[in-house]
Design a protein around this ligand. Structure first.
Ligand code: BGC
Length: 734
């Protein structure tokens, strides 16, 4: 008998208990009916199980954090990582892994950016789908989080996000929509903050209208830890399961007894929870873990994800005959994960310096140990750096500045690191920077002193080996940024509005987040979205589309030939963006709609094919309250980054509906004139008045709102009555 079939046998007490967690990491079961308690634990970059005794977090494989893993742009790799986490869940008796996280990166300062994939919703959604599918295929559940608008840590429990509908749909919800549709996560975690005045965990618009009715989500909606405020309201408004707080039993039971919440509602939530427990029980299996093999996967993932940002004079790869200086605390104590609930206790942490030493002669100096510059540390580092073939400097943020619970306060690195690099540069110009941070940092000044730069991110336990492999050419860099590195914080999209005033967060930048902002506003970033170098080069040629005109129910095939024109084998990430050339509502300059990563031997050519369906051209039409395609011309852009577009091709897409809203009295005569639906009638009336295009009066008439047109017509001795009749004619009402 399935657990859901036992619903009628449950007492009210048992039902109420099923709707709240038993303790921090497990749910209530019903022992007398054989329904077990299952375990949930974090998180996005590995299994973080807290032992019940004094042992703290049980060691597990620490994968790269999501932010850097996404730079692999490799769904197969993400699947491999997901499978690995699932196996470790089985081993540790965990039923649900609390991840992945896919919130939007409004600002590089957001404290949990390291836990989220990308500033682009399509990339986030597709990578999250790969992660969810691979974990769940192994019989372990996931929890897609944090639903929604949890895009900063400042006042995360009390803040209120004001977001317009298009931004909500096209950016904040999009990755959730994609992942729910493609991968059906077993659970979704409601977020702490409020959206439009209502806490996300008791927000009927989010939980019922969007999640259940529109996205068709049929799993468990659980709260973030202790995120519920009004327990009864949460359940009434769609939340199934409360976690992290254990005090709602009496309140909920009383609410059922006095009819405040119906038994049908309770039963529906109980059914969801029972189905979840069933899936966990059905998925259970005994596994043996090959920790070495898992460690190798962590190394591979880091290797595929780390991004080469600069390679002047081909300083990289280094030679094993080189004698190098390795400077910086993070070379010995790598910053491999962010702080807070997703920090993993790594099973086997690779130390970058040890791996560098295994490839070449290397000397180490600490260089810095805190925010403040320490003269003796800098002096010692400079001594070591002199006369070396290269100076590899490990810089970055710290887990204290990048953590759940608080946002970063600056984009710049510490003065101690900046001053150190300046001094090292004065004694040796062959500086190579290795940046360990979970999100973008300011590199504009540091960049001028470095010949080589790697963004290593928070690369997990295998990062130490991976960076050494890449430095010495044992592996070829192939990661590309999934987040823009701006020149300075003042240039960032949410700069003046982040993190809001008091509890109020207004998404004033609206749709222009990440590269959508930099590209639309023509603001040059330090390193753009999608950018990353290799030790080889690729050429792009022969862009073909299956048709130059399609209807919105057809699929467009786009193919392009990629050639490795360098001398070593390497991987290229090919990106496809769509640009809407004309639209009724404004659209960002371009949007990512496809990507592929291919491995090519020197001289090898590969044809890469993308398939674009309606979703690649559609946007959210506020007037229709739905995504739809607007008829018109689009440009398909294929390139090596968001700013390195190599080939383009125009296509025309005919929509099955006219998505444009009807014009209103508040529109101007010019808007009516320029709109093909109103042009003839408007022109006819203007012609009668001899107001023709290019005449002096035309711009004046064009600027008048329709509701004022009859007043304007008084100058032509047209009586108001007749003028108002003309207004109606233009509107099509007469
Ligand atoms: C975090 C979640 C996490 C949960 C359990 C919360 O504070 O926001 O992401 O899964 O704690 O650790």
């Amino acid at each position: 008998m399935r657990f859901v079939d036992k619903i009628d046998e449950l007492t009210l007490d048992e039902k109420v208990l099923l709707l709240q967690a038993k303790n921090n990491w497990s749910l209530n079961g019903v022992e007398r009916l054989g329904i077990p308690s299952i375990v949930l634990t974090d998180g996005p970059s590995g299994v973080r199980l807290t032992a019940e005794d004094e042992r703290g977090t049980i060691p597990a494989t620490a994968g790269p954090t999501e932010a850097i893993l996404s730079s692999s742009w490799d769904t197969e790799l993400v699947r491999k990582i997901g499978k690995m986490y699932a196996e470790e869940c089985h081993y540790l008796n965990v039923g649900i892994l609390l991840g992945p996280g896919i919130n939007v990166k409004r600002s590089p300062l957001a404290g949990r950016n390291f836990e989220y994939y990308s500033e682009d919703p399509f990339l986030s959604g597709t990578l999250a789908s790969a992660m969810i599918q691979s974990v769940q295929e192994e019989g372990i559940g996931t929890s897609l989080k944090h639903f929604v608008a949890n895009d900063q840590e400042t006042r995360r429990f009390t803040s209120n996000a004001t977001v317009d509908e298009r931004t909500l749909r096209e950016l904040l919800l999009k990755p959730f929509e994609i992942a729910i549709r493609e991968a059906k996560p077993w659970t979704i975690m409601g977020a702490y903050p409020k959206l439009r005045g209502k806490h996300c965990c008791e927000n009927a618009y989010l939980l019922k209208t969007i999640l259940r009715d529109q996205f068709g989500f049929d799993g468990v909606i659980l709260s973030d830890w202790a995120a519920t405020r009004h327990k009864v309201a949460s359940h009434q408004n769609g939340l199934d399961l409360e976690t992290g707080s254990f005090d709602s039993f009496d309140e909920l039971k009383t609410a059922v007894e006095n009819g405040e919440i119906s038994m049908d509602v309770i039963d529906e939530h109980v059914r969801h929870v029972l189905e979840l427990i069933q899936k966990v029980v059905d998925g259970k299996k005994e596994v043996e873990i090959d920790w070495d093999a898992h460690h190798k996967i962590a190394q591979e993932a880091a290797r595929e994800s780390i991004v080469l940002l600069k390679n002047e004079d081909d300083i990289l790869p280094l030679r094993t005959t080189d004698h190098v200086a390795v400077i910086g605390k993070f070379a010995r104590s790598p910053h491999f994960s962010g702080g807070g609930s997703s920090a993993i206790n790594p099973k086997n942490l690779d130390v970058p310096f040890a791996w560098i030493q295994s490839y070449a002669k290397a000397d180490f100096a600490l260089g810095y140990d805190s925010e403040e510059e320490k003269e003796e540390l800098v002096k010692e580092a400079c001594e070591i750096a002199k006369n070396k073939d290269a100076v590899i400097v490990f810089i970055g943020t710290t887990e204290i500045t990048e953590s759940e619970g608080s946002d970063r306060t600056r984009l710049k690195l510490s003065e101690s690191q900046i001053k150190l690099v300046e001094k090292l540069y004065s004694v040796n110009q062959n500086v190579i920077l290795i940046n360990q941070s979970g999100s973008a940092v300011e590199l504009s000044h540091l960049e001028t002193m470095a010949k080589g730069i790697f963004h290593m991110g928070l690369a997990g336990e295998g990062g130490g080996r991976a960076i050494a492999d890449l430095l010495f050419g044992k592996a070829i860099p192939s990661g590309k940024l999934t987040e823009t590195f701006p020149v300075c914080i003042e240039n960032t999209p949410a700069y003046p509005f982040f993190p809001g005033v008091g509890n109020e967060i207004v998404y004033q930048e609206e749709l222009l987040q990440g590269y959508r902002y930099y590209d639309t506003k023509r603001i040059a970033p330090q390193y753009e979205f999608g950018f990353g170098l290799s030790y080889t080069q690729f050429s792009y040629s022969n862009l073909r589309v299956s048709a130059e005109k399609i209807t919105d129910d057809q699929t467009l095939s786009v193919s392009v030939d990629i050639t490795n024109i360098g001398t070593v084998a390497g991987k290229e990430i090919i990106q496809l963006y769509v640009k809407d050339l004309e639209s009724f509502y404004y659209r960002p300059e371009k949007e990512l709609k496809g990507y592929q990563k291919v491995m090519l031997a020197p001289g090898e050519i590969r044809t890469v094919v993308f398939r674009l369906d309606q979703e690649a051209f559609a946007y959210y039409l506020p007037n229709l309250d739905q995504f739809a395609v607007e008829t018109g011309e689009f440009e398909i852009l294929v390139g090596a980054s968001s700013r390195d577009i190599r080939l383009s091709q125009k296509v025309f897409v005919k929509s099955s509906i006219d998505v444009r809203p009807l014009l209103e009295e508040s529109n101007t005569i010019g808007e009516f004139y320029n709109d093909d639906r109103y042009h003839d009638i408007t022109k006819g009336i203007l012609d009668q008045l001899t107001i023709v295009e290019n005449s002096e009066l035309f711009p004046i008439a064009a600027g008048i709102t329709l509701s004022d047109f009859h007043r304007f017509l008084r100058y032509f001795q047209v009586p108001d009555e007749q003028g108002i009749a003309m207004e109606k004619m233009i509107l099509g009402l007469a």
